[in-house]
Design a protein around this ligand. Structure first.
Ligand code: FE
Ligand code: FE
Length: 171
């Protein structure tokens, strides 16, 4: 696709995100299933719902900007992040340690999304697409909240349990 204008670039970025979010809707159920901690399971499941909402928002943005179709681009970064996360899904180990690994993988994904939505929102603002910028900000806020929630669960419950499971093995 030609990229001679900022409009072209924004369109490309949005399609990349659209594909990334789609990939995520397939990965999150597996992560929820693998998680043992109930708060973590719940966080993955509720973010799956939010992620479906992110796709709907991108569809809405596509309509506002007159983009014919949002599909057609593959987000290679998300493919890589999910590929790496798959290693955790295939791993056996102490429940809390696996949960900590799932969070580490999930937070990589959230930070990627936060970066991508932040860039896209700035482009939309520059183009005077205030409605689009506002919709992108709504998703950006949810990605940020998800990241914060994962940190809370990790530091509040999981890391201590993960550390304790190592102690038990030593005894
Ligand atoms: Fe998302
Ligand atoms: Fe997300």
């Amino acid at each position: 696709m030609a990229m001679s204008t900022l409009e072209d670039l924004l369109e490309e970025q949005l399609k990349d995100l659209y594909n990334a979010e789609g990939q995520l809707t397939k990965a999150l159920p597996k992560m929820a299933k693998k998680a043992t901690n109930e708060s973590l399971k719940e966080a993955f499941t509720s973010h799956l719902d939010e992620t479906r909402g992110h796709i709907e928002r991108l569809d809405k943005i596509g309509k506002v900007l007159g983009i014919k179709k949002m599909t057609g681009k593959v987000c290679k970064a998300m493919q890589g992040l999910i590929e790496e996360g798959k290693e955790v899904l295939e791993e056996d180990g102490a429940d809390a340690v696996i949960d900590a690994a799932l969070i580490a993988a999930a937070q990589r994904v959230e930070h990627y999304e936060i970066a991508a939505y932040g860039s896209a929102r700035a482009m939309a603002e520059e183009l005077g697409e205030d409605k689009v910028a506002q919709i992108l900000q709504e998703t950006l806020d949810e990605e940020g909240e998800c990241d914060k929630k994962l940190t809370e669960i990790c530091e509040g419950e999981i890391l201590a349990a993960a550390s304790a499971s190592g102690q038990e093995e030593e005894d």
